[in-house]
Ligand binder design. Structure first.
Ligand SMILES: *Cc1c(COP(=O)(O)O)cnc(C)c1O
Length: 222
């Protein structure tokens, strides 16, 4: 089982300079990851801690692992020592435990605040107002081992591309507001867009896209 290297090359060719493609390898076997790795790819995203830790243990050490899924606080210790970027920080409890585990691991962890931009109630994330509250002066000083470097969001599950685009636009507006509060030097990552809507995310200024099925094919066991 290998990744679709043709789709990979095609996608890479479309990305503006400075865009990071996070290859979402959840539910994919190590061989699929290795095939993209051999093609030069280094950024991979997983959404379940156990799978992330198991893959990181055996795959090349220079892979940059992105945690993109819902986080259970009692599992944070398993990825805190090596994770490259946590996209899915969606509540204060996660900040608190991540801080503790980053300190324990003796490192600073880069994180994104996940923002609730979709219509579904079930999607996770801080509200835009909560994000601005967190970016306000001094709040983040409570987490000296965490560095907020940007925002992440997932659009509604809908066929309506106008709606998806407007949700991305709203997140991009919030991103600019966060830059005003914390500085453009610190807030540099806007993570939005997946296989079906990455083009809209790029059009609205997203610079990290998280793409799975387009690169690896449909996930059968999800
Ligand atoms: C699975 C997943 C993706 C990738 O989805 P595809 O539609 O397969 O590209 C992106 N972001 C998150 C948070 C995911 O869980």
């Amino acid at each position: 089982m290998t990744a679709n290297l043709e789709a990979y090359a095609e996608l890479k060719a479309q990305l503006p300079a400075g865009t990071t493609l996070v290859a979402v390898s959840k539910f994919q076997p190590n061989e699929a990851i290795e095939s993209l790795y051999t093609a030069g790819h280094r950024d991979f995203g997983e959404n379940r801690v156990q799978e992330l830790a198991a893959k990181a243990a055996v795959l090349p050490k220079d892979i940059r692992w992105h945690m993109i899924g819902r986080i259970q606080t009692n599992k944070i210790r398993e990825f805190a020592p090596f994770v490259h970027l946590v996209h899915s920080v969606d509540r204060v409890d996660v900040l608190t435990v991540l801080q503790k585990e980053a300190l324990r691991a003796g490192r600073t962890i880069d994180i994104l605040l996940q923002v609730h931009i979709a219509q579904e109630e079930t999607k996770a994330g801080f509200s835009p107002a909560e994000v601005l509250g967190l970016c306000a002066v001094n709040v983040l000083n409570e987490y000296p081992n965490l560095r907020v470097v940007g925002l992440m969001g997932m659009a509604s599950l809908t066929e309506d591309r106008n709606q998806i685009r407007s949700e991305f636009a709203r997140l991009a507006g919030l991103y600019r507001a966060a830059q005003e509060q914390l500085g453009v030097g610190q807030i540099t990552v806007l993570s939005m867009g997946m296989s079906g809507d990455y083009d809209l995310a790029l059009a609205e200024g997203g610079n990290h896209i998280r793409v799975g099925s387009l690169l690896f094919g449909a996930r059968s066991n999800q």
